[in-house]
Design a protein around this ligand. Structure first.
Ligand code: HEC
Length: 129
């Protein structure tokens, strides 16, 4: 049928379906943003565990000599990687932990490290200030 009223009806349907697509897209984007926000607030057990421990700077310096001096220099003065003397002033502990365990900035590798050793390394880095 091609009466004016049926045409109007078809247009109205098309309008509804494009609104529906529009709202579905918005809802999808909102959903993704919500999931992402929840994800970034989610507690990270490794972080919590590490931050709850008291680090030993001396053990930390040993770990540093084994794992980090090749790039950060024997006294953390910087070499391939940056000088770390100010690192704990410029970065939060959380950020430093992520820097060490996640390998976010190649060529620095990610390290598999237990929370106590990580706390020791942090204590060593705090002792450099
Ligand atoms: C293969 C070389 C390499 C090794 C090994 C390495 N790093 Fe790094 N590190 C780097 C480089 C390169 C950067 C700079 C990355 C960037 O931000 O571009 C860096 C950055 C950092 C930073 C951030 C400093 C800042 O001011 O942005 C910290 C903290 C750090 N390293 C700690 C460590 C610790 C602790 C170890 C040992 C467990 C270690 N790194 C081992 C190469 C290395």
């Amino acid at each position: 049928m091609n009466t004016p009223s049926s045409k109007a009806l078809i247009n109205k349907d098309q309008k509804i379906s494009s609104w529906r697509i529009f709202f579905l897209s918005i809802a999808t984007v909102a959903f993704i943003i919500i999931l992402w926000t929840i994800g970034s607030f989610k507690q990270d057990p490794f972080l919590d565990e590490t931050l709850s421990r008291k680090g030993e700077a001396l053990s930390g310096s040993k770990l540093f000599k084994i794992n980090c001096v090749g790039c950060h220099g024997i006294s953390a003065q910087g070499f391939v990687g940056p000088d770390l003397h100010e690192a704990t002033q410029e970065m939060s502990d959380k950020k430093i932990i992520n820097q060490v365990i996640r390998g976010l900035t190649p060529p620095m590798p990610s390290f598999e490290i237990d929370p106590q050793s990580m706390a020791d390394l942090l204590a060593y880095m705090h002792s450099l200030n």
